[in-house]
Design a protein around this ligand. Structure first.
Ligand SMILES: [Zn+2]
Length: 198
């Protein structure tokens, strides 16, 4: 029995995708396009902000359901990486193995540094609130996401210039009007990025 993947709101996706300056945490070159489960969803990785980072489609698809280290080790041993370091010709035998391990370690350290940075951003409750405040009412779908992204990029730039973060502390509880069998009622809006982790 497979677990069901959550459908994330636009504000939540923006909150993840805009970390690491809106770039993929793995190649750090391409614009983020999807949320990647660091611990693969297929292997029980959580479907919440604690396990999601911004990634490009290429890295996300190539990593697939592997751990970061397994993916890196595989890619490096097949002779490639985006951040390839030039170390002359590849040594063979026992020395080769050591060299390979060094390469894997080097790439892993680089990516891990970016991951740690992204975790810090995404783990910032005030930042999550900022995205929630600005985009909770933004609809779903790719158009809403790209429109929201344009606004977020602009807002982030402006906020940075003004000495980010400048927004006032949001209220603890927020409500929205929803339709009910008896008419209109107020419903509390979840203010955390967890989106109901159970
Ligand atoms: Zn990438």
């Amino acid at each position: 029995m497979g677990r069901k993947r959550k459908k994330f709101d636009t504000w939540f996706q923006l909150m993840i995708l805009m970390a690491n300056e809106g770039r993929c945490v793995y190649c750090d070159a391409a614009k983020s396009e999807v949320m990647d489960h660091v611990i693969p969803f297929a292997h029980g990785g959580a479907d919440n902000w604690k396990n999601l980072v911004p990634a490009c489609k290429r890295c996300n698809q190539e990593k697939a359901d592997r751990s970061v280290l397994t993916w890196i080790a595989d890619r490096v041993s097949r002779g490639g990486w985006y951040k390839q370091i030039s170390m002359g010709s590849t040594p063979h035998g026992e020395q080769g193995l050591e060299w390979l391990n060094g390469q894997i370690d080097y790439v892993y350290q680089n990516i891990n540094a970016l991951l740690v940075g992204a975790y810090e951003e995404i783990g910032d409750a005030q930042r999550r609130d900022w995205f929630f405040d600005g985009f909770w009412s933004t609809g779903r779908g790719s158009f809403a996401l790209s429109w929201g992204r344009t606004l977020a990029e602009r807002d982030i730039q402006e906020a940075k210039q003004a000495g980010y973060p400048k927004r006032p502390e949001p209220p603890k509880k927020r409500y929205r009007i929803v339709r009910d069998v008896i008419g209109k009622v107020l419903e509390e809006i979840p203010g955390d990025g967890d989106q109901g982790i159970s």
